[in-house]
Design a protein around this ligand. Sequence first.
Ligand SMILES: [Zn+2]
Length: 100
Amino acid sequence: MSTSCPNCGSQNLRLKPIATRVCGGIGGVTAGIAAAKAGTAGAAIGSAICPGVGTAIGGLAGIVGGFLTGALTGAAVGHAIDRKIVQTFHCNDCGHDFAA
Ligand SMILES: [Zn+2]
């Protein structure tokens, strides 16, 4: 990599994980909404199998599973965007942030 800081010329840079965080958050929120629906579906299934306990476990499993899946998928997509599209760097010498 021949990228250097436009402010001080240093090559002591690191790639900032902006999209990873943003997409992970969006994925988590989106999944949270989907998880609420999945939780309802899980509760319905659990309720059919074992009323009471099954309802609670099914709902919880749907929400937790849905949220984790969404957050991980979002983070993975964000990481790919960071590597291929965004390319925002942080200079370790002067602290300058810039897009390559
Ligand atoms: Zn710099």
